[in-house]
Write a protein that binds this ligand. Structure first.
Ligand SMILES: *Cc1c(COP(=O)(O)O)cnc(C)c1O
Length: 431
């Protein structure tokens, strides 16, 4: 690819069509087939047809959606999609929202709002005075939290040492007794970060009791629901995230389970004034809206940015409530299919409780233990190319990690992938 694509910076212009042809040809060997229904890597999702089309339009329209004045349609579409999302995900009607790049930045915005809120309660103006000399904020999160929580704390000047990890159980769920102990140990401004959807096991923290004890202690509760928050869109799965609407802030992705193209993270906040105080910006040369119109830059950390609402709007409009529900439930059913069928074979162990769309698998036989065999099987599956999935480490030992999050995955995709995995397991045994 470097040979095909790389050259000295051209001195002059080239024909645009030729440039695109060359880009396509030169990239071909390095384009991952993520839109495929047989891509089970990470928790990635594909893109719905309406969302892909809206994404192309977003580029063609080229709206700068920081301000209402620079893209009124973008602003209104985000408003509509934001309202729909709150309803689908069971969040308070009056919470604020913003369209960001991904859950990483959704954490950043939510925790900036939390930082503002908690410090303002103690009379500290963090927006003007920063954190030098401020009261410290403790952040309590499960030991199996996602790394993006830690990174958001770095960006916010709170540092990873503000984190106090509490024990998680064998599925990766924060233990409520450990949370209670941590809260009781000392007071002061506190954030509790909960997780809906562990990136390996798919497990969900005990949301309702955790919010209750955290709120009793006066803490702000943030929920990392990058993919797991979508359980709220299904009557069959909503029990997993029961009570989640009582948290103070939420982060999730459009680009994972909602199946819209990349650059789609979503943040919601039950304290709009704190969200806005932490994020908004004003400059004399800008045309700020004075009425009910929404200037998006008051809610997102970016100034200029892509009009991210169009894809989300198109996905939600094309699926409707029942379509979102079916897509989420279908992924979970396909994950169950993987787990049930793989478990029928000797030497195959399903490691997690398959509560959502994630399946963790280990392989062993008489001659090879799971720690040795599992990574070999993952590698052989990748080499064969029927499907793609990756390995991970769960509770200190290697696993195969299957994530079903693409709208287009069929039973047949799952079955041929299972065959491929079992062939790989046989080949690994044969050496
Ligand atoms: C993917 C993921 C993130 C990060 O989301 P991005 O959209 O990649 O920023 C955070 N938390 C969990 C649980 C995730 O699965």
């Amino acid at each position: 690819m470097r040979a095909a694509l790389g050259s000295d910076l051209p001195e002059g212009p080239s024909d645009p069509v030729a440039v695109i042809d060359e880009l396509v040809a030169g990239s071909a060997s390095g384009i991952v087939n993520i839109p495929s229904g047989r891509y089970f890597g990470f928790v990635i999702g594909g893109s719905l047809p309406a969302a892909t089309a809206a994404d192309l339009l977003t580029s063609v329209w080229d709206q700068n959606c920081g301000l209402f004045a620079a893209g009124p349609a973008a602003s209104v579409v985000e408003e509509v999609a934001g309202t729909w999302l709150k309803e689908l995900l069971g969040l308070p009607r009056d919470c604020s929202y913003a369209f960001v790049t991904g859950t990483q930045m959704a954490h950043f915005v939510a925790l900036a709002a939390a930082r503002h809120h908690l410090l303002a309660q103690g009379g500290w103006d963090v927006e003007s005075d920063g954190l030098f000399g401020s009261p410290s904020i403790r952040v309590i999160a499960g030991a199996e939290r996602h790394v993006t929580v830690d990174r958001a704390l770095r960006y916010l000047g709170m540092g990873t040492s503000s984190l106090e990890p509490v024990a998680a159980d064998d599925q990766g769920r924060l233990e409520i007794s450990a949370l209670k102990d941590a809260l009781a140990a000392r007071g002061g401004p506190t954030v509790v970060c909960l997780q809906a959807g562990n990136v390996n096991s798919g497990s969900v923290d005990p949301i309702a009791p955790a919010i209750e004890v955290a709120h009793e202690a006066g803490a702000w509760v943030h929920v990392d629901g990058a993919f797991g928050l979508w359980a709220a869109a299904s009557p069959e799965l909503v029990h997993l995230v029961e009570g989640v609407g009582r948290a103070d802030s939420w982060a999730t992705d459009g680009h994972k389970w909602l199946n819209v193209p990349y650059d789609s993270g979503l943040v919601f906040c039950a304290h709009p004034a704190s969200h806005r105080a932490a994020i908004s910006v004003h400059a004399e040369y800008l045309v700020h809206s004075e009425g009910a119109e929404r200037d998006e830059m008051d809610w997102t950390p970016e100034f200029s940015r892509r009009a991210r609402g169009f894809t989300v709007y198109a996905a939600l409009r094309s699926l409707g409530r029942s379509g979102v529900r079916q897509m989420i439930e279908h992924s979970c059913a396909m994950a169950q299919r993987f787990a049930t069928k793989l478990a029928e074979h000797p030497g195959v162990e399903i490691v997690n409780e398959v509560v959502l769309n994630q399946v963790l698998v280990r392989f062993s036989d008489d001659n090879m233990d799971a720690a040795t065999k599992t990574p070999v099987v993952v590698k052989l599956v990748q080499e064969e190319g029927t499907c793609w999935l990756s390995g991970s480490v769960w509770q200190g030992a290697p696993v195969m990690r299957i994530s079903v999050s693409n709208w287009s995955t069929t039973e047949e995709d799952v079955d041929v992938s299972i065959d491929s995995i079992l062939r790989a397991a046989d080949r690994a045994s044969a050496g």
